[in-house]
Every structure is written in C-alpha cells, then in structure tokens.
Write a protein that binds this ligand. Structure first.
Ligand code: GLP
Length: 242
C-alpha cells in the first residue's frame, strides 16, 4: 500500500483528481470505478475544472459505480444515479450511455446484481477504482461481515451506516435499509485502487485498514492484498498511523 498524506480536504481532493486525471490521460478509453459520498465531491469538482480548462477529455471514458440504494428510482435526488449526474457526469463530456450504476429501481435483487456483475466482467473490470471508506471500514456498501463477498450483492445496511448517511436525508426513516453493492472480489479485480479519506471520523478505519489484520470485519483491510493500492488521506484521517 502506498500512503500519500494530504494537508486537508482540499489538498486530498486535488491529489486524488491528479491520479484520476493521469489515468484518463494515459488511457483515454479507460474504465473508471467511481464512488459516492461526501469525500469524492472535491475530487470531482477538480476534474470538472480541469475538463473545463481543456486539460481532460472524458469522451471515451466508461464508468462503473460501486453501489446504489435498493428501492430508489434513478431520478430520486437521494439516489447515487442522481448524485453522479449532479456532481460529475452532467458537467463533463462523458457519454452518459457509458456510465453505469447498479439499478436500485429493480426490486429483483438477484437479477439486478447478476446483470451488474456481467456488465463489469464484460468490460474486463476497471482500470482505476476510486473508493471512500465508511466509519466502520466499509467499502462500497460492503459492511463488516463474516466473509468477503465476491460479486455484486444485496446488503442490509448497518445501523451505524444508516445513521452516518442520514445527514443527507430529511429523516433517518427515509434512509433505505438495503443497497446493491459491488463485492469485495469485484473491487479487487480493479487494476489500480485509490482510496480517499478525510477527517477524524475516518482515523480508526484507516488505521485498521493499514495496520490491522486482513479481515471481513474491516472490509477495506483486504486492500493490503491488492498489488496497486494508493491511499490519499488528510492528516486527520492518518492521525492514528503517525
Ligand atoms: C457510503 C458509500 C460509500 C462511502 C461511504 C463514506 O456508505 N456507500 O461508498 O465511501 O458512504 O461516505 P462519506 O465519503 O460521505 O464519508
């Protein structure tokens, strides 16, 4: 694991965007694995800026998002489909047909998950997977569990995740209880992984990810086994490591 320390959120965002931007420059038709949450917003804003300044071209890029709430339609403002359009896709020259998010509007979990797996596999997996991290060490929506999941699965969200994500909803009861998420196995197929983290709430999860045992109880710890994983985190998120 390569760890890059950033001064603060802004610095983390710029460094992460530089790595994603370099991937797009090196391979203009690359497949990017993308993430939602508050953490990647700054990096997406920076990518949009560089696109607007003419430094980046996304016309041949395809994207595969990690996860989606089960039961939310694509036009629901709380859905990750909506999030990605709002925070990135509608601001750059990406072909919207080449962007993919698990279909949370499909109530048939088995079909929604297997068709997403087939899609990612047919694409030959992603060149670069961007990840945030949950306070409990989750990646995508792979919550602490007894075993690592291989492919896309339907998961019950833990109370701590529901609580953490409720800040984005009017009422905590509105937070969906389930989600479709790429499995840890799918994430590990990415040729490169970039995990970003900011703020003191992430410090324990980052410590466990880097120094703890590799265990499905801390899903991100599996990244210790990835051949090309970079963590870009600010000093607050790295506080327990130094
Ligand atoms: C959600 C997402 C994750 C994300 C995590 C942390 O649970 N499914 O992909 O990494 O939240 O979010 P934030 O970046 O807002 O702290």
């Amino acid at each position: 694991m390569r760890i890059i320390e950033a001064k603060d959120y802004e610095d983390m965002s710029r460094k992460a965007a530089a790595i994603i931007g370099a991937q797009v420059l090196l391979k203009p038709n690359c497949a990017l694995g993308l993430a939602t949450g508050s953490t990647p917003i700054g990096a997406y804003n920076q990518l949009i800026d560089w696109y607007k300044q003419g430094y980046l071209d996304f016309s041949r890029v395809s994207t595969y998002n990690l996860d989606e709430y089960r039961g939310l339609s694509h036009d629901n403002p709380q859905s990750y489909h909506y999030f990605m359009n709002e925070h990135l896709f509608s601001h750059i020259n990406i072909d919207i047909e080449a962007t993919h998010v698990p279909d949370g509007s499909n109530p048939n979990a088995e079909e929604a998950c297997s068709s997403y797996d087939a899609l990612v596999e047919a694409a030959g997996y992603v060149d670069l997977q961007l990840l945030g991290i949950g306070n409990n060490g989750h990646i995508g929506f792979n919550e602490p569990a007894a075993a690592f999941a291989a492919g896309t699965q339907c998961v019950d969200l833990t109370e701590s995740t529901i609580e953490a994500n409720s800040r984005l909803f009017d009422h905590i009861e509105d937070v969906p209880r389930q989600a479709y998420t790429m499995g840890v196995g799918t994430i590990m197929h990415a040729r490169r992984v970039l995990l970003i983290a900011s703020g003191p709430k992430k410090a324990q999860a980052i410590y466990d990810t880097v120094r703890g045992p590799v265990t499905p109880e801390v899903p991100a710890s599996v990244l210790q086994l990835h051949a090309d994983c970079t963590i870009v985190a600010d000093s607050e998120a790295l506080a327990l490591l130094t």
